[in-house]
Unconditional design. Sequence first.
Length: 317
Amino acid sequence: MSTIRIHHFLRTAMASVATAGMVSAFAVASSATACVSSSSGGASKGSATGTVQPQRPAKSPYYVKGWGTPVFNEDFNDPSLAQWNIHDNEYANHDWSTVKKENVTVRNGKIILNTKRMDQAVNDEKNEKKRWYSAGFIDTVGKFSQAYGRFEMRAKLPTIKNKSRGIWPAFWLRADNPSNGGEIDILEAYGTPDAVNGFDPAGRSQGTLHYTQDGENWTMTSKFTPKRIDLNDGEFHTWTLEWTPEKITFLVDGQAYHTVKKTDDPRWKKAFGSGDPYSIRLNVQVGSKYWGTPNPTDTADRTDYVVDYVRVWKYRG
């Protein structure tokens, strides 16, 4: 629009205001200014200066304040489990199951570590046991490990009330350095009925720090989750560990329930303050001297430990 036409437009508009007394001179002047901008292609929409404001990149849906975005994110959409090792044909001295790779399956974005009562027992002569059950076990040894950080899992437990004696799911960390006896059990849950300790663990899980792996002389700091949170309700729950050089905090469903500071034990520095990276383990065992041995009456023929995701955030100082 030319300068002459703009001036003519303004004079006409102001005359109309004076005559009718109904139109705002400010509004008319604004209209004229808008015409100039439009005809010259000057200012961009939504910008008084004509400068396009840069947009911030959208935060990751897994962003956590103070921790950022995960450096390890396993949603179990890859059936090859490329980030994990799958154990097979092995067992632990203190349980009554045999680890089998067929007890690990990926389906619909979740991993299932199951226990099964087998048709025929494995005769363990060394430990004088007949192993009637098989179970699943995976870890990230040699594939991912980290010192400090935030570790989280969302899962549904296999501890069927009154039908899971000996069932023992876990989410835990061990140091890559074999001379470091530290172990962090973010989750251990125990099936019922329990015939050993006289304590009913139904609906709860345990968070534990082990400072050593000295056989029967294991030293640890441990606490069970609050009774008000029923972890055996058949729903998914989250277990989280926040580990810094100063302390370790255990959380369940976002609620902190156990904190251990480096000043609480002189062995902290070697086990958890040395900077040794820890790798992740997910497994379920069957039977122990702590929580009872399995049997056909009190232990279901099959249980499923269903894990939705595992994520890890780096400690940022």
